[in-house]
Design a binder for this molecule. Structure first.
Ligand code: PHE
Length: 344
């Protein structure tokens, strides 16, 4: 029997072989062990029962031990290789991807960092003072209506300047930055802003802006034009041209809207520029002396007789939509992985 066991254990080289070995010896209905116990144990004379029983148990233990060593891999090499096949591809974890808005924001911020700008941030829940008053939107001024402000509830008992709202632009961080540090300042402020706009293909109540602020002695409108022209060429390609139109913002004077020649058709006209050859991208202007006046309450060095500056603001979502050919702004905020996977 031992020889028979040795011989049949030779072939334990696969999971199937181990299973048929188990069935052959230990099978409940037709296993060898069952047959042995029936043929010998039951019919043995009483005196021999003890010895035969011992031998029987020994055999059973041997069979089990062989099964054990075969399945834990201390048996044949072939079975080892089957238990852990190190050539099989592993289970991969899905890698996340940078969100297209964050990616666009990083790339634009990097353009300004290479020009010596640093990066600043500020709160999304703002006070009326920083979002409006210090930016030269007086209480009741009609320019406030252009901002579609979402306000925080139950603020009526506070003085107007302390009432909380969702910032409608990143410009309040201009004031916060200047209050914290004397001139010179060169800073870009990427961030999320909020407006009470109904969501459609081109509007989202949450979107992103990048603000810029440069304050020093003798900063001129030429510096503003040169800086933005260079930044747009860096970001969109050196063939891109810029042009400036008169505009209005309470916190800049003079103010301008900036268009770039369409980077997709080279200005010939295509769907992305609505066949005009130009795309409007920025608001900007020279910092209004009245704004320096508010800052001076905390930082007297912002004396409009001694320093000057420019500021600009651009919408990130629109730039990302054009760059990646996204036709619905809502995709950026849907969290739909079928959309986001395309940027991996
Ligand atoms: N804050 C303005 C807006 O949201 C943009 C802007 C920023 C304009 C800085 C001029 C200077 O519309």
């Amino acid at each position: 029997l031992s020889q028979e066991l040795d011989a049949s254990a030779q072939s334990l080289t696969s999971a199937e072989a181990v299973e048929s070995f188990r069935l052959h010896w230990l099978g409940r209905k037709q296993g060898r062990l069952k047959a042995i116990s029936e043929a010998w144990l039951k019919s043995a004379p009483v005196e021999a029962k003890k010895q035969i029983g011992q031998r029987f148990n020994q055999l059973k233990a041997e069979i089990e031990q062989r099964l054990e060593s075969a399945s834990t891999g201390t048996g044949s090499g072939a079975l080892d290789a089957e238990a852990i096949d190190i050539t099989l591809p592993g289970t991969r974890r899905a890698l996340g991807a940078e969100h297209p808005l964050i990616k666009t924001m990083h790339e634009m911020v990097a353009v300004f960092q290479r020009m010596g700008y640093s990066v600043g941030v500020g709160p999304e829940v703002e006070t009326d003072y920083y979002n409006f008053e210090s930016l030269n939107f007086p209480p009741g001024h009609p320019a406030r209506d252009t901002q579609d402000t979402l306000v925080v509830a139950n603020q009526e008992r506070k003085p107007l300047r302390d009432r909380l709202l969702m910032r409608t632009h990143t410009s309040p961080v201009q004031i916060r930055t200047m209050e914290q540090q004397p001139p010179p300042v060169r800073i870009v402020i990427p961030g999320k802003v909020h407006r009470n706009d109904a969501a459609d293909a081109t509007h989202s109540p949450i979107f992103h802006q990048i603000e810029g602020l440069c304050v020093d002695t003798n900063i001129t409108f030429s510096d503003l034009k040169g800086t933005l022209d260079h930044a747009m060429k860096e970001f969109f390609g050196s063939n891109v041209k810029t042009r400036f139109f008169p505009s209005f913002f309470p916190f800049t004077e003079p103010s301008a809207d900036v268009q770039i020649s369409c980077p997709f058709c080279g200005g010939k006209g295509c769907r992305k520029c609505k066949h005009s050859g130009w795309i409007e991208l920025l608001g900007c202007g020279m910092v209004n002396p009245a704004v320096f006046g508010f800052v001076q309450q905390k930082q007297p060095a912002y004396d409009p007789k001694k320093i000057s500056g420019f500021a600009f603001g651009m919408g990130v979502d629109r730039i990302a939509m054009m760059k990646y050919g996204v036709s619905d702004i809502g995709q950026f905020y849907s969290g739909d992985t079928r959309f986001l996977e395309q940027f991996a």
